[in-house]
Write a protein of this length. Structure first.
Length: 229
């Protein structure tokens, strides 16, 4: 995760705007060579609900905002169904630059760019992070299970240094190609208000290892028998 900039406190609009301005000139990976512009993210910098997709597409690259094509229009309809607007949430992608031909992101591109996402989450401090689609879900959950198995099943985790509810959702584009998927999306979106109202307990800091060993019953084994050497 990228370190916090001096003098910039978390959950402040100015902090996010300053970071977005810095990222606008990013050249960490090859995608900088073919992009029109960096697509940093858009929405409420103080949002309790944050959506994370995969990468910008053609329209996003041209306009500089995430989810502005047909999938974005459907996302707006789904938000309206639960009494929200896109201005009330924050929307971003794992990658900030469009891959050529909308191909899948490459591992080195993810490695170069993911720190920007962790920093966004650190600054926004959302309560719920909803991943849209297979790619974002696997990356943020750190698990190999696909979206068909985990959609609509929240998990408490730590992202950007604080506790959030990670909530996997099908990508809205799935419903554009398979209309029957819209019912699944609407059902999963219907749980978001309840998730936003759920209390989260911050994870306690880990106990120092030496303290754990001192508290362990019995006689400690010699170092050589602990498998350290």
């Amino acid at each position: 995760m990228i370190g916090r900039a001096a003098g910039v406190s978390p959950r402040t609009p100015s902090g996010l705007a300053e970071y977005g301005a810095a990222v606008a000139g990013c050249t960490r990976c090859r995608l900088a060579e073919g992009r029109t512009q960096v697509v940093f993210g858009s929405g409420d910098p103080d949002a309790d609900l944050m959506f994370v997709g995969e990468a910008p597409g053609f329209h996003e690259d041209r306009l500089g905002a995430p989810f502005v094509g047909m999938a974005g229009k459907l996302l707006e309809r789904l938000l309206e169904g639960i009494g929200l607007t896109r201005e009330a949430v924050y929307i971003a992608n794992v990658l900030k630059c469009r891959p050529p031909g909308n191909r899948d992101p490459q591992p080195d591109e993810i490695e170069a760019c993911e720190g920007h996402l962790w920093r966004q989450i650190e600054l926004i401090r959302p309560r719920v992070v909803a991943t849209l689609g297979n790619f974002a879900t696997k990356l943020l959950s750190g698990r190999p299970q696909g979206i068909t198995r985990v959609h609509g099943r929240e998990q408490e985790t730590t992202l950007g240094g604080h506790t959030v509810l990670l909530y996997p959702l099908y990508h809205p584009a799935a419903a554009l190609y398979t209309p029957a998927m819209l019912n699944v999306l609407q059902s999963d979106f219907g749980r978001i208000p309840e998730l936003l109202g759920r209390s989260l307990v911050p994870a306690p800091p880990p106990e120092p290892l030496l303290a754990q060993l001192d508290a362990a019953p019995g006689v400690a084994e010699p170092v050589a028998q602990l498998g350290l050497f």
